[in-house]
Ligand binder design. Structure first.
Ligand SMILES: O=P(O)(O)OC[C@@H](O)[C@@H](O)c1c[nH]c2ccccc12
Length: 256
């Protein structure tokens, strides 16, 4: 199973981080003034989180030569409320540098998109300058999820908790997520289906904003997710492939 392979890669990265003894330095970090992802979502009727995603396991290379700063600036000008940056190198050709550079070039909250399974990766996220991190319920035990959420909050980071089915949603609702993300992509088969959001969203009555993730490829899809009750959407591939990204975001927003 692919997720297992990714988690094994992450375990190796964690071992290296631990050897470096990063934890000792975390308290002396000069931290950015945090920008709140959840507040940005709550402040708008429908928000777009635009993603810097150079490649993916399902699509291969999406944009080979990317300048993350240019792309993030285009996203911001188009009206995105936050930027998501893939930092995984092995499977998504992302990097920590991309996140650091993007955070310094835009005024929006920046989400670190990676596969986080250990507290040390949260400390690393803080060092990169992230405002929020992603936690994927599918790769975490319930206790681990709760502990990682708590650790992020202690460091002043917000958490987007991602789910794909009813059972995962239960776990997400019992931790202190700042934002809940319904991933329309099945991380085992890679298939996307917007019905996932339509099915799960009515089961959520909590105060947190809920966003729909993956598989949004047209203004009509954005509208569909808004009609399902989403506070916003997370869009990667579709925006990465555009020649005019500013206009593409405006077009998504003009439908909702
Ligand atoms: O490129 P898309 O289909 O617009 O999807 C974006 C985002 O939802 C996707 O990149 C994603 C959702 N959850 C993840 C977890 C890890 C890596 C990537 C992801």
């Amino acid at each position: 199973m692919f997720l297992k392979k990714i988690v094994a890669t992450k375990q190796k990265e964690i071992d290296i981080l631990k050897q470096k003894g990063q934890q000792d330095h975390v308290l002396s970090l000069a931290k950015n003034t945090p920008r709140s992802l959840s507040a940005a979502l709550l402040a708008t009727s429908f928000g777009i989180i635009a993603e810097i995603k150079p490649a993916s396991p399902s699509k291969g290379v999406i944009q080979a030569e990317i300048d993350p700063i240019t792309i993030a600036t285009e996203y911001e000008r188009g009206g995105a409320i936050a930027i998501s940056v893939l930092t995984d190198r092995t499977y998504f050709q992302g990097s920590a540098e991309n996140l650091i550079n993007v955070r310094a070039s835009v005024g929006l909250p920046v989400l670190r998109k990676d596969f986080i399974i250990d507290a040390i990766q949260i400390e690393e996220s803080l060092q990169m300058g992230a405002d929020a991190i992603l936690l994927i319920v599918a790769i975490l035990e319930e206790k681990q999820l709760k502990d990682l959420v708590q650790h992020a909050h202690q460091l002043g980071l917000e958490v987007l908790v991602e789910v794909h089915d009813e059972q995962e949603l239960k776990a997400a609702l019992s931790c202190e997520a700042d934002v809940i993300g319904i991933n329309n992509r099945n991380l085992h088969s890679f298939e996307t289906n917007l019905e996932t959001t339509e099915r799960l969203l009515p089961m959520i009555s909590s105060a947190q904003p809920v966003i729909a993730e993956s598989g949004i490829h047209a203004p009509a899809d954005a509208l569909r997710m808004k009609n399902a009750g989403a506070a916003g959407i997370l869009v990667g591939e579709y925006l990465m492939r555009q020649t005019n990204r500013e206009q593409a975001i405006q077009a998504l927003l003009s439908e909702v």
